[in-house]
Design a protein around this ligand. Sequence first.
Ligand code: SAM
Length: 237
Amino acid sequence: MLITIVTLFPEMFPGPLTCSLLGKTLGTLWELKTVNIRDFSDNIWKKVDDTTYGGGAGMVLKPNIVHEALNYALSLYKGLKPAIVYMTPRGKVFNNNIAKTLINNNGIIILCGRYEGIDQRVIDYWKTNNNLMEISIGDYVLFGGEIPAMVLIETCLRFIPGIMHNSESVIDESFSVDLLEYPQYTKPAIWNGNSVPSVLLSGNHLEIAKWRTEQSKQITKEVRPDLWEKYLVSHNK
Ligand code: SAM
């Protein structure tokens, strides 16, 4: 799985992606490359942006420069077709299902915006010709697409066989069945005067499973009524 980041800040990568399991498998189960948008600047000042047509605050990344950077990133896949993603608050909100779809491609190219964003014409071109997907990590605005790209990478890589030691974790965790996960406990059995729920010490796996499902439902209902509605619909309740 080759992941290529098209960015103005390649020095941000691999950054936190070198920690723990992702770091250990970087170079074997997945590979990371960066393409610096600035290398494709069309002027001696290495400028990549310009003012917004129609007026307004901020600068916009120029289409010709981003187009060249994306073409170069695509050439790294030697004729294969990777998924191409533009991180943007205007995109579809990211979730596990999108992550699972993305890893079924021959790698992923992730375009990170900065400033006010990227000229719409280059986005439209890559949507039409290369199925570029616009993806948001949530309803808030960051300075750039690099941290959203890391969120996307980390989520996708959890679904790559071999990266997680215990693949059960991915099957059982929050959102896998439109429910949030039940509470988790470890030793000691009594901490600060509080005991672990007795059912978890009973050794009765059927009762434990029932308790966990019930907890998941309660928490989802309380914290995420939108997800709870989805659960009810998908389970015909
Ligand atoms: N003017 C844009 C708007 O209002 O939609 C915001 C631009 S933002 C300051 C600069 C870049 O950060 C975006 O092009 C995008 O790549 C990235 N970005 C910011 N928030 C994001 C989010 N919630 N999800 C994904 N990318 C985001």
